[in-house]
Design a protein around this ligand. Structure first.
Ligand code: MLT
Length: 411
């Protein structure tokens, strides 16, 4: 008889954003006239940049002629895009990345989830808390998380980030092998300074750990000091894998494209004690399980790196960051304690004393018709917080802030 992977039975009934979507659908069914404002999942609302649209049209037309038609592409991605990434995102920062260290993906979610395929199930995981749920759920599926007890997985080391520690995670106090860091952070919208990031790189090097660094929001960094890539830190090439996404950078949530950097120096131990480079292993995994991101989408992504593309993408990021500023100011003016939103498109605020994040989420939905994300959905340290995304349309963000102010004054 066929059996299932019983680790899946350990997962919470549904993925965080699916649970929220179900709650919102139920509300909508009972309140069909309610004008909902959706500031929950971080989905973008601005259209794709004209340079991207132009590249898409051109690539589609190429598919219409036998001379320019493309079938299967390289599993690692086309060289034109991998080179554009190196030239656009790394060389200007003084970071050397080889072409065969860049793997084009269909968005960072897939690769952050899939990467653990090549790592042993006996590895111990460390996460900052709260955190993007994909990191934990995929390790639950692989059997690395242990059991869920008292709101946390007993084989995962949590490093809490909250207002009390200024959202700076402490280094692990027990041995860990794989460390997930996401900066600028989803969900808190906070950043890690160069000095703080160096502490983690030094820790990983000293303890033979690997850092899985999610840089999906790096394009939102506004200040000069915050690192955009972990490879800006000395030694990181030997201990870190980095994930990028064009979803938030350039509105590709629907198109699906990003990339993963796997430096050849990153190694892990085999059962016989030898060191194995992760780069060829990941390549082997991708060649077997992935047939590449569509050609037309990779051409669209390449266009982000053209002069016009860079300018247009920057304008869109500025639009969202203006939303973030307006929202921060409005929420602060209502007396809430607000974090993030300065170098990231997420605003993170404390719920009023004694109100849990799910309670606040429900009240906000039912009474002000605003969809948010409850902090507790991102991990135990997210309890008592709410996340709002700045990816909404300007008028929706402004209206949401007006509603929230009125609602807070009434309640
Ligand atoms: C989020 O809202 O946290 C993100 O949009 C989820 C994702 O990128 O998959």
């Amino acid at each position: 008889m066929a059996t299932i992977n019983s680790n899946f039975l350990k997962l919470q009934k549904s993925y965080l954003f699916s649970t929220i979507a179900q709650k919102v659908s139920a509300f909508k069914a009972n309140n069909p006239d309610a004008q909902l404002i959706r500031l929950g999942i971080g989905d973008v609302t601005r259209p794709l940049a004209p340079a991207v649209i132009e590249a898409l049209h051109k690539a589609v037309d190429e598919q219409a002629s036998a001379d320019t038609f493309r079938g299967y592409g390289p599993e690692q991605g086309y060289e034109f895009l991998r080179q554009a990434i190196i030239d656009g995102d790394f060389t200007p920062r003084g970071i050397n990345i080889d072409l065969d260290e860049v793997f084009i993906n269909d968005g960072a979610k897939s690769d952050t989830g899939n990467f653990v395929d090549i790592l042993g199930t006996d590895n111990t995981i460390c996460v900052t808390d709260p955190i993007y749920p994909v990191y934990i759920d995929t390790n639950v599926m692989a059997g690395r998380a242990g059991n869920f007890e008292e709101g946390a997985w007993d084989r995962i080391a949590y490093s809490p980030c909250n207002a009390e520690n200024n959202f700076i995670p402490a280094l692990p106090t027990t041995p860990v092998d794989l460390i997930y860091l996401c900066y600028p952070n989803n969900p808190t919208g906070t950043t890690l300074s160069r000095t703080e990031l160096k502490r983690w790189v030094d820790y990983a090097l000293a303890n033979d750990a690997i850092i899985l660094y999610d840089a999906a929001y790096e394009a939102y960094i506004q200040d000069e000091e915050t690192p955009h890539s972990i490879y800006e830190i000395e030694g990181a090439r030997a201990c870190a894998v980095e994930f990028h996404s064009f979803s938030k950078t350039a509105g590709f949530t629907g198109l699906r494209c990003g990339y993963t950097i796997v430096p050849k120096e990153v190694t892990a131990k085999a059962k016989d004690g030898s060191r194995v480079s992760l780069n060829p292993l990941w390549n082997r995994r991708q060649c077997t399980k992935f047939n590449g991101t569509p050609y037309i989408v990779q051409r669209a992504a390449e266009a982000i790196y053209s002069e016009a593309g860079k300018r247009q993408v920057r304008e869109t990021i500025d639009y969202y960051m203006t939303n973030a500023r307006l929202m921060r100011e409005a929420l602060t003016a209502t007396g809430l304690q607000v974090f993030g939103g300065e170098n990231a498109p997420y605003i993170w605020f404390k719920t009023p004393a004694g109100v849990s994040s799910w309670e606040f989420f429900e009240s906000l939905l039912h009474e002000a018709h605003i969809v948010s994300t409850p902090g507790a959905g991102f991990g135990p340290a997210g309890e008592g917080y709410i996340r709002l995304t700045a990816f909404g349309r300007r008028e929706d963000c402004e209206e949401a802030m007006r509603r929230l102010k009125t609602w807070m004054q009434q309640s």
